[in-house]
Design a protein around this ligand. Structure first.
Ligand code: FAD
Length: 412
C-alpha cells in the first residue's frame, strides 16, 4: 500500500503549486490528475488562456520552483492599470511607480505556468504522480483516508487536498454545498493586434453588458476578455473577423482616453461561462478544498488563480505551523483554521466583485458610479488598499506572498 502525508487531487496551476510547496516543506506528497499538461512551446502563438499574476503570486510560484522557467519563456509585466466607466467620464488609474513597485503584475499563459509547475514536480523527490488517473472511491479509516484510483491502485494519506477545479468531484462527493451567482454571461477571449502596440497597460472598460479588458502581451498585442450575454457571445464567436473587429472597435472607441488604437487583426476566439461560486465550507474531516474547487470569482478583477495560489501558500503556512508546534497537521482544528482564513478572504473577493459588477452595469447608476470612482481616484488610502489586495500583499495574505521565503517559514 502506498502511504503519503498528503494527496493532492488536481494538478492545475493551484494543485501543482500546492503539491510542490508541500513537498518542499518535507511532507510526502502524491498528486493525481486525469491528464498531463501539454508541453509549452514558445514558438507557438500565444495561447487563449492567460492570467494576470500578481507579484505575490510570482513569489509563491518562485518558491514552488516554477517562476524562473516562466520568466525565461514568455510573460509581459504591466506597470499601469486603467479602469474606465463606459462614458470615460470617470477613470481610475494606477501606476506601479506611485506605490514604489516595479510592476503591478505580469500576464502569463496558463499553459506555461502549468507546464513549469509540472516540470518542477517531475524534478523533485518526495512527490509521486498518478497520471492519467482519477479517484474512484474514498474511505475514512481510523488514522487517515484510503483512496482507490480508477487504475486499481490504492493509496493512504493523512490529508486530501481537493484542487480539482470548479466542478470538483471531491467537493460533490463530500456533499459540500456552494452559493452560486449565475450571470448568463460568457467571457469571450482572443488575442488582438492594434495599430499602437500595447504600452504595458492593463486596460478595462465597463460597458452596459459587462467589462471588457485588454491585457498586454510581450509582442505588443493584447489578450482580451469581453464579458457578454450568452447569445451575444455566441453571435460574436460565429461572426467573421472583420465584423467582430468592427464591433470590438465600437466598444473601445469614444472619449479622450481612447487607447487601443485601430484594431488590425485577431486570433482564434473562444468563450467561457462566467459564474461566481463560494463553497459553504472549505474543509471536511482530513480534507481541504483549494482554488476553483473552493471558489470561482468573476474574472473582472483577474483574481481567480491568484486567490487559488494564496490558498496554496496559506495551506502550507498553516500545516507547517501546526507541525512546528507538534500538532496534528491534518487534525480538525488545523484544517478549520485554514478554512476560516481562506474562505473569509474569498468571500470578500466574491462579494466585492459582485458589488462592483452591480454598480457598473445598470444605466441608472451612472451618477453613483461617477461619485464612487471619483472618491476612490482622489483617495490615496483607498487606492493603496486596492493595490495591496490586487498585488497579493495585503495584511491578511499568506507570508509567502509577502516576501517570506519557504526556508524562513520552515525555520521561524
Ligand atoms: C475568461 C476567464 C479569464 C480569466 N482570467 C483570469 C486572470 O486574469 N487572472 C486570474 O487570476 N484568474 C483568471 N481566471 C480564473 C482562472 O483561470 C482560474 O481561477 C484557475 O485556472 C483555476 O485553477 P485551478 O488549478 O484551481 O483549477 P483548474 O485549472 O480547473 O485545474 C483543475 C485540475 O484538476 C484536474 N481534475 C479535474 N477533475 C479531476 C478528477 N476527477 N480527477 C483528477 N484530476 C481532475 C484537471 O485536469 C485540472 O488539471 C479567468 C477565468 C476565465 C473563465
Amino acid at each position: 500500500m502506498n502511504n503519503y502525508d498528503i494527496v493532492v487531487v488536481g494538478a492545475g496551476m493551484v494543485g501543482a503549486a500546492a503539491a510542490s510547496l508541500l513537498a518542499r516543506s518535507g511532507f510526502s506528497v502524491a498528486v493525481i490528475d486525469q491528464h498531463e499538461p501539454r508541453p509549452f512551446d514558445a514558438s507557438r502563438a500565444v495561447g487563449l488562456r492567460v492570467s494576470a499574476f500578481s507579484p505575490g503570486s510570482a513569489d509563491i510560484l518562485a518558491e514552488a520552483g516554477a517562476w524562473r522557467q516562466v520568466e525565461r519563456q514568455r510573460h509581459c509585466p504591466y506597470r499601469r492599470m486603467v479602469v474606465e466607466d463606459r462614458e470615460e467620464t470617470s477613470v481610475l488609474e494606477f501606476d506601479a511607480v506611485e506605490f514604489g513597485l516595479d510592476q503591478l503584475g505580469t500576464i502569463v499563459e496558463n499553459e506555461l505556468v502549468q507546464w513549469s509547475l509540472w516540470q518542477s514536480l517531475l524534478a523533485m523527490g518526495g512527490v509521486e504522480i498518478f497520471c492519467p488517473d482519477q479517484v474512484s472511491d474514498l474511505e475514512y479509516q481510523d488514522e487517515g483516508l484510503l483512496i482507490r484510483l480508477e487504475s486499481g491502485v490504492s493509496i493512504c494519506c493523512s490529508l486530501l487536498v481537493a484542487a480539482d477545479g470548479a466542478n470538483s468531484g471531491i467537493r460533490k462527493r463530500l456533499g459540500i454545498r456552494q452559493e452560486h451567482w449565475e450571470y448568463g454571461q460568457q467571457g469571450l477571449v482572443t488575442v488582438v493586434q492594434t495599430s499602437t502596440p500595447n504600452p504595458g497597460v492593463a486596460w478595462q472598460r465597463f460597458l452596459p453588458a459587462g467589462p471588457l479588458a485588454f491585457l498586454p502581451l510581450k509582442d505588443g498585442s493584447s489578450s482580451i476578455v469581453w464579458s457578454l450575454p450568452e447569445a451575444e457571445a455566441v453571435r460574436l464567436l460565429e461572426s467573421d473577423e472583420a465584423a467582430f473587429l468592427a464591433e470590438l472597435e465600437q466598444a473601445v472607441s469614444g472619449g479622450e482616453n481612447h487607447w487601443p488604437g485601430q484594431l488590425i487583426a485577431c486570433g482564434p476566439r473562444a468563450a467561457f461561462p462566467l459564474t461566481m461560486r463560494l463553497s459553504e465550507r472549505y474543509t471536511a474531516s482530513r480534507t481541504v478544498l483549494i482554488g476553483d474547487a473552493a471558489h470561482v470569482v468573476h474574472p473582472l478583477a483577474g483574481q481567480g488563480v491568484n486567490l487559488g495560489l494564496l490558498d496554496a501558500a496559506g495551506l502550507v503556512e498553516v500545516l507547517v505551523g501546526a507541525r512546528n508546534r507538534q500538532l496534528d497537521f491534518a487534525g480538525d482544528k488545523t484544517l478549520e483554521k485554514f478554512g476560516r482564513w481562506r474562505r473569509s478572504e474569498a468571500e470578500l473577493m466574491a462579494r466585492g466583485m459582485h458589488g462592483i459588477k452591480g454598480l457598473f452595469m445598470p444605466e441608472e447608476l451612472g451618477p453613483l458610479r461617477r461619485i464612487g470612482i471619483g472618491l476612490i481616484a482622489s483617495s490615496w488610502t483607498a487606492k493603496e488598499a486596492f493595490i495591496k489586495r490586487a498585488t497579493g500583499r495585503n495584511r491578511n495574505a499568506p507570508a509567502l506572498a509577502r516576501g517570506t521565503s519557504l526556508t524562513e517559514l520552515l525555520h521561524p
